[in-house]
Design a protein around this ligand. Structure first.
Ligand SMILES: C[S@@+](CC[C@H](N)C(=O)[O-])C[C@H]1O[C@@H](n2cnc3c(N)ncnc32)[C@H](O)[C@@H]1O
Length: 257
């Protein structure tokens, strides 16, 4: 298995995940609502991070449904509910309770895994007949238009580092063909991109993330200290506006068999 670069033991990982929840949960919930989550459903979230989406799913399926929250490392899950079950499992290794879930979801997980084909296959194998899947992953397409050039140079270095580290920051565009190739029906999706300024929550997210990873970035030889400093300075400048990730949300349905 590839090393997960944002280890949960890193100092800022709890607050970084909380910020991710604040920035991405509204979009994630909107897509889940669109697919339909109803009382009595069995749901599975893989790579649940702090568990905020699984806690919401547990509420939606209560009282008789079950929400399973899976992660390689459950140490930062800070939610509990009577019908919320925590599992520690690697989705690359195999499905979770194969063929049993009405809804399966994963957000910002697949770009990190060593074998995305195996992970997607195992997510799909976890679905019940007629069940739904929702995958949300980044696509760094918008960094191609980031200004000024010093920021584009930072992102070029970041993407070179991530490729070396086995992270696929362009995986968003591959989700729909992957699901279609596995025989899912009604496959469709959308991508949305935050437009943000220095000092905003998104800029703070990047300050936290790049600061956490700065030793790894510099050690890789792909990004140097001046480039990191220039990027972080822009992230703190309220006059600077930018776009970074097209968050690609793709859903599909398992055949009824
Ligand atoms: C970037 S975090 C995203 C957390 C959460 N889904 C969110 O969007 O806020 C990625 C999460 O996936 C988990 N993860 C990484 N590889 C995994 C795997 N192979 N199986 C299960 N979980 C995994 C990590 O431990 C981490 O909690």
């Amino acid at each position: 298995m590839a090393e997960y670069v944002l280890d949960h033991r890193l100092d800022g990982e709890r607050s970084r995940l909380a910020l991710m929840s604040r920035l991405l949960d509204p979009m994630h919930r909107r897509h889940l609502e669109h697919l339909g989550v109803t009382p009595g459903d069995r749901t599975l979230e893989v790579g649940c991070g702090n568990g905020s989406i699984s806690a919401w799913l547990a509420e939606r399926v209560a009282p008789d449904g079950l929400a399973v929250a899976d992660d390689l490392d459950l140490s930062l899950v800070d939610v509990r509910a009577p019908n919320l079950e925590l599992r520690q499992a690697d989705i690359v290794s195999g499905p979770i309770d194969a063929g049993t879930f009405d809804l399966v979801t994963a957000r910002a997980v697949l770009h990190h895994v060593a074998d995305a084909n195996a992970a997607v296959r195992n997510l799909v194998a976890s679905m019940a007949p007629g069940g739904a899947i929702l995958l949300i992953e980044p696509d760094f397409l918008p960094v191609n238009i980031a200004e000024p050039p010093v920021v584009r140079e930072f992102w070029n270095g970041w993407l070179a580092w991530s490729r070396d580290a086995g992270i696929d920051y362009h995986i968003g565009r591959t989700l729909a063909p992957r699901l279609a190739a596995l025989g899912l029906e009604e496959v469709a999706g959308t991508a949305e991109t935050a437009v943000y300024r220095g000092g905003s929550d998104w800029a703070t997210y990047w300050v936290d993330t790049v600061t956490e990873l700065q030793d790894k970035l510099i050690g890789s030889g792909r990004v140097d200290q001046p480039s990191i400093e220039a990027f972080l300075a822009h992230c703190k400048d309220p006059e600077w506006w930018t776009q970074t990730i097209a968050f690609t949300a793709v859903h599909g349905r398992a055949p009824r068999g």
